[in-house]
Design a protein around this ligand. Sequence first.
Ligand code: PLP
Length: 359
Amino acid sequence: MELRIPGPTPLPMDVRKALAQEMIGHRSAEFGALLREIRVRLRGWFQTEEDVLVLTASGTGGMEAALVNVLSPGDRVLAVSVGVFGERFADIARAYGADVTLLESPWGRAADPDAIAHALSTDPGYRAVLVTHNETSTGVTNDLAAIASVMGVRGDKAPLLIVDAVSSLGAIDFRMDAWGCDVVVTSSQKALMTPPGLSFVAMSPRAWEASERARMPRFYWDLRKARAYAGRGQTPFTPAVTTLSGLREALHLMEEEGRNSILERHRKLSRAMRLGITGLGLDLFAEETHASNTVTAVRVPPDWGTEELMSRLRDEHDIVVAGGQGRLKGKIIRIAHMGHVNAADVQRVIEALRAVLGA
Ligand SMILES: *Cc1c(COP(=O)(O)O)cnc(C)c1O
């Protein structure tokens, strides 16, 4: 089976071999070296000088950690949403008692930096702005640099910029420090070519200061604990040791290929995918100017059911793609080109679609 869903993504053979090793103790020197190496290498992908902390959790756990460490119940939060994952960020904030204002764009469109600037200028009370860098449900990448820049130079009282970079970091240009992101979360099973099970969070100095005042309840997600343990090469609780071993190998492979080559490969693959799709006479869901480099959403012709299309791709061509989520269920399919994927993989999806659709 060729897994073309937007996470979990396929594993390179070297990663699979690393995953097959014998267990090591999580309080051992060997584990300490593993954790340290990973945290150092991840900094390069976050483009940050800050600590990158490792949590054993899916991406959603990392999102929860990103919020509870810097916010208090009743805090005003501007949740910028362009799809399912933007809504999820808002839902988590609400679950912990934040006072959330949703700033939505029509699905398929990117967030409008001017609208964010306007919202912030009409109400100076916001403590945080939540942004999804790459909205996996619609195949849209927000212009995070532009969003960060309308938030301006941020003093003590200014809102924190909290970013879900789960389906972008490692495949789409991301610059935590240069753009001024305060809290950034990603996870293992997307562009990082590693099984599910780990989330990674980095925080700016302003965010660490906020974490001292934050009053949302936290125990497992307490990043102050994670940082203290990381200093001695450990995590507070038993981590997904095996997944970390796989990640070390994936990060080696990524360094071999090089950051710029990886970003360029994803740019090219996404372009090839979009050209192939429109060449079949199908329509893209995302606006062209903000189309994602990691996932392409395709409108399914009205005479086709998405379920039928997906099962024929699977049964006749061994290719697994994803359907629409939420209100897009039955309307689109989503094809990932994220992580361990090459040009031939993209062409096989196009040819399979051509065969199934008789296009
Ligand atoms: C995959 C994903 C997540 C996390 O989902 P989990 O299933 O909890 O790992 C969060 N945000 C985005 C944008 C994603 O693509």
